[in-house]
Write a protein that binds this ligand. Structure first.
Ligand SMILES: [Ca+2]
Ligand SMILES: [Ca+2]
Length: 227
């Protein structure tokens, strides 16, 4: 019986330590500022279901390239807050912005991708970092709807090759059968673009010392109570 309670105590102490560790990690990452301006596409506020934006225009820190995009509000459910983008407005478009980076530094890029639920084919999006392709993603929107977008989060560890890095999301989604016949209105959906610095030595120091310290606390608590 005593051994049973010792095991329970040990397990609880370890879980407590892990909870604190995870909490510390979460707070640390939440505090890290994103290098992306308006990564959630909440600016400016779109008062219609979605607003059409042509290639060559810009909004809230983003530039629009290619054909056009739709700045989507109530038309479908965003991954983060209220707004997102459809990278096909009337045809395949892109969004990009230039980030101030430190040459040689590491960054974590993350974003949510889904697809316009309309149009029969899967949606394809290319991600470029500093002019180089880092991902070519396909989202199969089968079974999704405007209220059930099934957003998927992607993360990439990237490093900067210069002090200005262009981050770009390009629709590779072409014409497909849709409600109005063959058209190009239905593209990949994008939201919640975040780029944070990854200070590797500091992160390792925090993780290493924090983990060892907490395991030490957990152990001494467990043995202390067992005596
Ligand atoms: Ca958003
Ligand atoms: Ca569209």
């Amino acid at each position: 019986m005593k051994r049973y309670w010792q095991n329970i105590q040990r397990r609880m102490a370890f879980q407590f330590a892990m909870a604190i560790l995870l909490g510390v990690t979460a707070i640390t990452s939440a505090r890290a500022a994103s290098y992306v301006m308006n990564g959630g596409f909440e600016d400016p506020v779109v008062t219609s279901a979605q607003e059409f934006r042509s290639g060559g225009t810009s909004f809230g820190g983003w530039s629009v390239g290619g054909g056009s995009i739709d700045h989507t509000a109530s038309f479908w459910q965003a991954a983060e807050a209220n707004q997102s983008v459809d990278l096909n407005g009337a045809s395949a478009g892109s969004v990009f912005q230039d980030l101030f980076t430190v040459t040689g530094a590491n960054y974590m890029l993350s974003f949510a991708m889904a697809g316009n639920p309309f149009g029969v084919d899967a949606k394809r999006m290319q991600v470029n970092w500093g002019g180089a392709e880092i991902a070519d993603l396909i989202f199969d929107q089968t079974g999704t709807s405007a209220t059930e977008m099934n957003w998927i989060y992607h993360s990439f560890l990237v490093s900067a090759l210069s002090d200005i890095t262009r981050l770009e999301f390009v629709s590779l989604t072409g014409a497909m059968d849709g409600a109005a016949g063959l058209d190009t209105f239905y593209g990949p959906a994008l939201d919640d673009v975040v780029v944070t610095a990854v200070p590797i030595p500091a992160a390792l120091w925090l993780f290493g010392s924090g983990l060892l310290g907490l395991i030490g606390v957990a152990r001494s608590k467990a043995t202390g109570r067992a005596q």
